[in-house]
Design a protein around this ligand. Structure first.
Ligand code: AMP
Ligand code: ZN
Length: 464
């Protein structure tokens, strides 16, 4: 398996810590609002990674957090807690907000056939772990208390910017527009581990700590949850590219200072989904979600198909035209697969050949587009029996997760509609309009309804 590693800025051979096993961590959503399709692109990337490892025979253990406290409106310790802001916006408690948007997140998540992480932890449930880590960081001189808060002192590290390869000055908070200076920090590059002095009264998310009642900084959550549940060393940690700085940079700083050794071997980052205005974001007003796309008549898996047609390290521009195109190609693909009859001998040699070709593409830093080309070649190959084709497609689809061999949903189709379509088709046949007759048959087929002409007349079968 070859994987691009943000830490080394190279595509590397993946060498697991423990043979045949992968331990990985995915940064979870901040549940103060709906997750947009840009967030979901990131989780599709992680899903393909997990599924590829499984395809290659690895045993994967993945942990993810749900950020329900500590993520401020600016990633750099200024602004308000996003959860508190949402609670005020909607007249609810922060916990009600977290519950509502976590459910909405997983509702959309499941629609995209994303595998659930093995370990899933809300940040508010692990306060003891953060306190344990921050206490040690203070004892070891990596952190200091100032203005009531606890900060990580980045000057204590030789290479704080190891992940970004950026000149330190450019990354310093305060050098960027719209970021408030925090006068309690020794250096503006330092970051908060624990807040006790909230600028906002009635902050309901507060816990007792050795430094006073308060709440954790955002970055400590992922470090704490990862170390507690996956151990002191993991293979992969990932998120979107915007997580590289400051989030992952700070995670490395605090985790490695706490542990006293290297923590993560491979850093995995997904490029952004853009819209016409730039990076899609939750704070940009209207939020385009997977559920909304579905309401507009798009199959969520057509969105997944669109995402995996491009490489996870390339920016992807979302337009309705592109989605329309993806949906049409996706439906055609599914129709083609559904038209294959499961018959003939199993061609073992050809099966192995195509399986190996698929492995070469997908394990080359997740080249999903080329892996899809292998699928199209399988469809075209007249030497392959229908049975072999279906076996290959079923196997490839454990990575694509596009429901390729599943008949289309027929939930909303009533018998009257089917009878009507059959009558229209019979009429078309009587008029010798075979093109129309075929298109009606295909339309029904795409909805999972197979029609058969028998001596007794046309009958139909709902196949799922
Ligand atoms: P958040 O819920 O804001 O914490 O974001 C959840 C994940 O989505 C993070 O890992 C982000 O890096 C990622 N993300 C945010 N915006 C986008 C985008 N437009 N495209 C792809 N990933 C994104
Ligand atoms: Zn994180």
């Amino acid at each position: 398996m070859k994987l691009y590693n943000t830490l080394t800025r190279k595509v590397e051979d993946f060498v697991p810590i423990e043979d045949g096993k992968v331990k990985m961590y995915t940064c979870g959503p901040t549940v103060y609002h709906y997750a947009h399709i840009g967030n979901m692109r990131n989780y599709v990337g992680h899903d393909i990674l997990v599924r590829t490892f499984k395809y290659l025979g690895f045993e994967v253990t993945r942990a993810m957090n749900i950020t329900d406290v500590g993520h401020l409106t600016s990633d750099s310790d200024s602004g308000e807690d996003k959860m508190m802001k949402a609670a005020r916006r909607e007249g609810k408690t922060a916990m009600e907000i977290a519950k509502y948007y976590s459910e909405a997140f997983f509702n959309d998540y499941d629609k995209l056939n994303l595998l659930r992480p093995d370990i899933l932890k809300p940040a508010t449930g692990e306060i003891d772990m953060y306190i344990k880590m921050i206490t040690k960081l203070l004892d070891d001189g990596y952190a200091y208390i100032s203005g009531g808060n606890v900060y990580f002192d980045v000057s204590k590290l030789k290479d704080y910017y190891v992940l970004t390869n950026h000149v330190a000055d450019e990354m310093v908070v305060g050098a960027r527009e719209g970021v408030e200076e925090d006068s309690a920090k020794k250096s503006q590059a330092d970051f908060a581990l624990w807040f006790t002095s909230s600028k906002f009264e009635h902050h309901e998310l507060q816990w007792d700590s050795p430094w006073g009642k308060g709440y954790p900084g955002w970055h400590i959550e992922c470090s704490g949850i990862s170390i507690k549940y996956l151990g002191d060393k993991i293979d992969i940690h990932g998120g979107g590219v915007d997580n590289i700085f400051p989030h992952h940079t700070n995670e490395i700083a605090q985790s490695e200072s706490y542990l006293g050794h290297k923590w993560v071997n491979y850093w995995f980052h997904n490029e952004h989904l853009l819209d016409e205005t730039g990076k899609m974001s939750k704070s940009n007003g209207a939020i385009l979600t997977v559920s909304l796309l579905e309401e507009q008549g798009y199959d969520p898996l057509a969105f997944r198909f669109m995402v995996i047609n491009s490489h996870y390290r390339k920016q992807l521009l979302f337009t309705y035209d592109a989605l329309e195109q993806s949906q049409s190609t996706y439906k055609k693909l599914r129709n083609r697969v559904l038209n294959i009859t499961d018959e003939g001998e199993f061609n073992e040699e050809l099966f192995k050949k195509y399986d190996q070709r698929f492995v070469i593409e997908i394990s080359n830093d997740l080249n999903t587009a080329n892996a899809l080309s292998v699928l199209y070649e399988v469809l075209k190959d007249s030497e392959l029996s229908g049975h072999t084709k279906l076996e290959l497609i079923r196997k490839f689809d454990t990575v694509f997760a596009l429901d390729l061999t599943k008949p289309f949903d027929v939930k909303n189709v009533d018998n009257e509609y089917i009878e009507e379509m059959i009558e229209k088709r019979n009429e078309a046949k009587r008029n010798k309009d075979f093109a129309l007759a075929d298109s009606i048959r295909e339309e029904l087929f795409s909805k999972g309804i197979v029609i058969k002409d028998t001596r007794e007349g046309t009958i139909y079968e709902v196949v799922n």
